[in-house]
Design a protein around this ligand. Structure first.
Ligand code: GDP
Length: 478
């Protein structure tokens, strides 16, 4: 079909012979929520048409005109930062030190509300910090399809150096493609040796800038609040390089990072706004729940009228609790928010009735799923010792062929953990364990997250199994 003028929802309903509501719901399935007073976004129309087996042909510059009418120029936005690092290396202390460094706090006498994230301002520039440190929370959000973090600050204690969770954190941040800034902490301690930390980081591919690499390292003492200003400056510098932008106008889209039932306010959730501006009075849908923004509070407990991109706000007005990592989208009316949420809830119920256990994405399926020339498969390797881990990695690397590329996105020593499963889930990967255990609890999580975990005792079995999976997906020889 040829489109020679902008198509409204009403036009589309006629064209496809469908209910207005059905079209709205269908578009929401694809995460497209649009203002029905505007023409349909071209992409939405193309997708709807394709469903009917039609191809759309745009007349002249109709598509361009629609896009011009419905899109907004992206504006710079503040970075969203997560703090990662080994236990006891000072993540919480650092978050507190930064929180206290903010200017606004003095105005309010230091009453901070823990809402899961906070924002500070230095020299007129804002930075948002996620208040739950550690890669577990970071990756489990990602496993639900939500990535809000732009920059990871890796805390390494100068007296302790790189530890197992430091390595994990590096690999998790890398898998998420999030740049890392290193904060070498506890430099006030007598045993502090920042150079040794830098050496250890360089060995893991994080070569400090002053050694010709690209990794920004800052020496700090979170306890004595030293080096904090410099660290914040480096975060802003990194943010500038990333050219973070979002549109400010139009309906807000955000992600919930925390939710709870408040005695007075009912279900509330902290949302990081990602696009548009969230305002009091807006109707919204968030997963299978919906609501109207009754009030917004910032992390100082101060009521706000609106929240722009990268701002964390506590939203009051949900009909039900949304889980962390749920996408929130503003709709133009209560009715639209409600029908989308109800439809999603219905689909979720149907799915649960039909398949109580969601199906697993197995190694073979991963190989088969990818299309195109080179097929890539993400693997996470776990082994009992460093030596055996290296042997497994070497064997696996030799299995890659022209058609199939095996990416080791993570490797570690020890039993399979929940964090491994979440990373596999977030990266659509398979876990390969060698001489390690899969604890019952972790096996349950793996089942829930649809992650294939394979453990082997003999390296030959491991190789054979992978080879078989690779063979199975190769194009048949003609
Ligand atoms: P987390 O587990 O990474 O969140 O670590 P915490 O922030 O809880 O800190 C662990 C311990 O290290 C606490 O006793 C802190 O007081 C201490 N600590 C944190 N930062 C520093 C620092 O810069 N210097 C010194 N001397 N101790 C610190």
């Amino acid at each position: 079909i040829t489109i020679d003028a902008p198509v409204t929802l009403r036009d589309a309903a006629k064209l496809f012979n469908q209910d207005l509501d059905d079209i709205i719901i269908r578009l929401a399935d694809w995460n497209i929520i649009f203002d029905t007073r505007n023409p349909l976004p071209p992409l939405a129309l193309e997708k709807l048409a394709r469903e009917q087996g039609w191809e759309i042909e745009w007349k002249e510059d109709v598509k361009k005109k629609i896009l011009e009418a419905i899109s907004f120029e992206p504006q710079p936005r503040p970075p969203v930062v997560t703090i990662l690092g080994h236990v006891d290396h000072g993540k919480t202390t650092l978050l507190d030190a930064i929180r206290k460094s903010r200017v606004a706090e003095s105005e309010l006498g230091g009453i901070t509300q823990k809402i899961g994230a906070y924002q500070i301002e230095i020299n007129g520039q804002k930075i948002t910090f996620i208040d739950t440190p550690g890669h577990e929370a970071f990756t489990s959000m990602r496993a639900r399809g939500a990535q809000v973090t732009d920059i990871a600050v890796l805390v390494v204690a100068a007296d302790d150096g790189v530890m197992p969770q430091t390595e994990e954190a590096i690999q998790h941040a890398r898998a998420a493609d999030v740049p890392i800034i290193v904060a070498i902490n506890k430099i006030d301690k007598p045993g502090a040796n920042p150079d040794r930390v830098k050496q250890q980081l360089a060995e893991r591919g994080l070569v400090p800038e002053e050694w010709g690499g690209e990794t920004i390292c800052v020496n700090i003492s979170a306890l004595q609040k030293k080096g904090i200003a410099e660290l914040l400056e480096m975060i802003l510098l990194q943010a500038e390089l990333l050219e973070l932008k979002a549109r400010k106008e139009g309906h807000a889209v955000g992600t919930t990072i925390e939710s709870r039932i408040d005695r007075g306010k009912g279900p509330v959730a902290t949302v990081i706004v990602q696009e548009g501006t969230l305002r009091v009075g807006d109707y919204f849908v968030a997963g299978t729940t919906w609501g109207k923004v009754r009030s917004l509070f910032n992390d100082l407990g101060k009521p706000m009228k609106e929240a722009e991109p990268s701002t964390p706000v506590e939203v009051v007005g949900f009909t039900d609790l949304p889980p962390a990592g749920t996408k929130l989208m503003v709709t133009e009316s209560e009715k639209i928010a409600r029908i989308i949420a109800e439809r999603r809830a219905e689909i979720a119920r149907e799915k649960n009735l039909k398949t109580p256990e969601r199906e697993l994405i197995s190694l073979e399926e991963l190989f088969a799923r990818e299309e195109g020339k080179t097929k890539e498969v993400n693997l996470l390797l776990k082994a009992d010792f460093q030596g055996s881990l290296e042997a497994v990695e070497k064997a696996v690397s030799q299995l890659s062929t022209d058609e199939v590329k095996l990416n080791v996105i993570y490797k570690g020593v020890g039993n399979v953990t929940e964090a491994d499963v979440m990373l596999a889930s977030a990266s659509s990967g398979v876990i390969i364990g060698f001489n390690v255990k899969l604890p019952n609890e972790v096996a349950k999580t793996a089942k829930r997250e649809k992650v294939d975990v394979r453990t082997y005792r003999i390296i030959y079995d491991l190789i054979e199994d992978l080879q078989r999976a690779i063979q199975g997906m190769k194009e048949p020889v003609k």
